[in-house]
Design a protein. Structure first.
Length: 199
């Protein structure tokens, strides 16, 4: 009887351990957090069937959702450094981070942190808590004070200095075509003058 109970406990323990397999996570960043400089990203990638892991970022409001690599070939770690993110190489703005773990069966486990605010070249906004005015009642009758609630105002984002518009591309292509056409015309004039000089 004792062996039977002990066997059930052992089987139950291993079954529970497999059900509570760790999920990937980034521990050092919170949604909406402001960062600057080189940011050490810590967390865990260890999980059953681990094959590889990588950390990426993208612009928060990017319609194409293009991801840029921060670090790949991350080993299976638990509560350890995953990567270092040098935010000085990108413009200030709001970003989205993703930790992607690929398993041996080809499936992926993803952990995302939204709204990370990079502030290397602009002031870091502080979250101002709502404040209610504290007014004491005077001895003489006066109007009842109304509480005033203050809230923080977000700073508008600076324009992205590395963005290229369609007008910029069309202007560049037009300028390139005109320059090429001008060179062909000059070369044709040169050949014509050279032929006249030989006669």
């Amino acid at each position: 009887m004792f062996q039977w109970i002990f066997s059930l406990l052992i089987v139950g323990w291993f079954g529970f351990a497999q059900q509570t397999a760790a999920a990937p996570r980034i521990d050092t960043l919170l949604p909406g957090q402001a960062v600057q400089g080189v940011v050490s990203l810590s967390g865990s990638t260890a999980m059953e069937g681990f094959a590889s892991a990588l950390v990426e970022f993208r612009y928060e409001n990017d319609l194409t959702q293009t991801w840029f690599l921060i670090q790949d070939q991350i080993p299976s770690v638990e509560n350890n450094v995953l990567a270092s993110w040098d935010t000085t190489t990108i413009s200030d703005g709001v970003y989205h981070l993703r930790l992607k773990v690929t398993k041996t069966d080809g499936s992926e486990a993803i952990y995302e942190v939204a709204g990370v605010r990079v502030r290397n070249y602009s002031a870091i906004e502080t979250n101002t808590p709502a404040v209610e005015a504290n007014v004491t009642q005077a001895a003489s009758p006066s109007p009842t004070p109304t509480p005033v609630t203050l809230s923080d105002t977000p700073t508008p984002q600076p324009p992205n200095p590395v963005s290229v518009t369609g007008a910029d591309l069309r202007g560049g292509v037009t300028y390139g075509l005109m320059a090429t056409l001008g060179l062909f015309v000059l070369f044709a004039i040169y050949l014509g003058v050279r032929r006249l000089g030989r006669r």
